[in-house]
Design a protein around this ligand. Sequence first.
Ligand code: GLN
Ligand code: ZN
Length: 757
Amino acid sequence: MRSGNLGYPRIGKDREWKKALESYWAGKLGEQDFHTELKAIRLRNLKAQQERGIDVIPVGDFTYYDHVLDTAAMFGLVPERFHYEGGYPNLTVYYAMARGSREATACEMTKWFNTNYHYIVPELGEIEPKLTRNRPLDAFREAKSELGIEGRPVLVGLYTFLKLSKGYTPEQLAPWIDRLLPLYGQVLRELEAEGVPWVQIDEPILATTLAAEDLTHVARIYERLTKEAPGIKLQLQTYFEAVDHYEAVVSLPVHGIGLDFVHDGGRNLQAVSKHGFPEDKVLGVGLIDGRGIWKAELQSKLDLLQTIGEAVSADRILVQPSNSLLHVPVSAAQESGLEPTLREALAFAEEKLEELVLLTKAGQSGAGAIASELAVSKRSREALQQSPSRARKHVGQRIADLASQPSSRSGHADVRREAQQQRWNLPLLPTTTIGSFPQTPEIRSARLKWRKGEWSDSQYEAFIKEQIKLWIDVQSELGLDVFVHGEFERNDMVEFFGEKLDGFAFTANGWVQSYGSRCVKPPIIYGDVEFTSPMTVAETVYAQSLTEAPVKGMLTGPITILNWSFVRDDKPREEVAYQIALSLRDEVEALEAAGIGMIQVDEPAMREGLPLKREQWSHYLDWAVRAFRLSTSTVKDETQIHTHMCYCEFHDIIDSIRAMDADVISIETSRSHGELIGSFEEHTYDKGIGLGVYDIHSPRVSTVEEIGSMIDRALRVLSPEQFWINPDCGLKTRKYEETVASLRNMVLATEQAREKY
Ligand code: GLN
Ligand code: ZN
């Protein structure tokens, strides 16, 4: 039995990777120094794994931005607009693909399966692929010569790569496989010639819902690849769910299969027990949670290992994390600010490596070999379990009583619409924004001063009030219909609420990569979530006191708070969602009681929580919708509930969106406007709806005509009585001038539209 890892966080203990990238982009770090710095980080990451005694260390998973982009770059798949001249793309081209340049818009970015990591979507189009550089080979050589590590090169599998790419029709899939096969073959042959014994090929697509033809393609790919380089062994790695069609997958002509035994709902284990596992293959046992941050309960992991051991001999077992550790922070050892019971229960990447080594040791020599560590792991989990925060009485009662908590509005949508229209008498095509206004350096530095104690609470509050006042004035000068206070007091839409609710903790350094150099530090939900006192009322009421126009209260919804946090693993996620929902309901009621008549509960992460397997969608959507409704259902008919979602593919969850029963929904559309609106041709939607009329991700100011044509397009399928005019998403990343200019054009375009409709 051996221990293996599947991938390591790139960012470094102090996010030095992020800092290096950003300095390079800002021109503060020259190209040569940049390469030197990244190499140092890369080697440190390898060393961290070597020092902890991991047997199989992945190489080539490190990146200058994203590993899918690297794969595209390696095959020369660079869209024409980047003026690429062949060879491995230089840094200018590489980063233009990732981030855009003056002449060319960036490639699209989207979520990596059901994680919060985003990859750059390869565009295949007309380009003829070729191997521009054997990255895995370079990585192998470097690890060997610099650190004496015989690493295992990692590749994004051909089928996963194609399925995640765009720019081809379904009929072109097979030809694309044919085009890429020789290149993958070449990569493998060169590795073989170097004497590399094993390669890890990631095919997480095998853990999604597959059709029969997918399996045919995959079988063809691996039959060919094993022939291309017969001297090299392929470890086919899956993760994030149970594999669909276990028997077909494990009989693929490769030398090892890696399975996730953490996020599989027990199905991988059932399959192994029922069908056995081929005797000529190595099983990568994904045993340690590569996405969660909790210490493993080592004894139960050992039990699992033992069950698997009944089907697979020990010499063919690799003890692994469930997936690349890219999705967890680097080191829990640094978190000295946390309460000891909590800190002791955490395991980030470094600690997970230690767990892997321990489990391997026990797998080799019996549980006795790690007796004291088993006891420690048990104790630290139990200590957390016994902490009072884990079982708050009031929360427990409310959850026990869930069935009697209102989860639908008392008045029907039509009655509410009437009552709300009477209350505000809004014009046709009301204009509004999504919530945040620019978070300027001035605001950030004010918050920092306050956090450091250089500013008193009242000083900071006065500053925030000034900002609110400034933007209330801007909104009235622009002539918007529904105002917002601007969210200046929030640096993050989840952290802000987490800090005010019971049950959350915040790490000092628990960063994970979200996309490119952008890292997030998700809060930890470790205890029962409970409302303590109003969180947003003061700012909202202050804003409302400055204007006659309605000011929308602004909250982050339960599902988004859940999906953007690390969540305790002793309770079902849906129960945690209900706890958050009930806490938010208290806030909604507090806003309403303070006279706020429109309340927006944002759920940008609703869609991204969807399970990988289709058959589990409805269960998730049911409880997600229920949580949203629990938080928004107790208000009066005349109180208008809004919600907002980002990058929402509408058509496949339309029933759930309807079921949320929000009076008004706004959806980010700029990146797929036509498509989204098109979906209303097939699906009716009868409540208030705003489809973003300009893209907030770009500093470019849309013209009145452009916005006007967005409105016209939407009004071909939606009625003017239901349509709202708003930007795509919050404006916090934009500058003052851009924001004002864009909103001005939005209002002008709306005025023109009002004449027409
Ligand atoms: N209200 C939030 C904002 O305007 C919504 C952000 C989001 O959708 N991600 O920033
Ligand atoms: Zn948004």
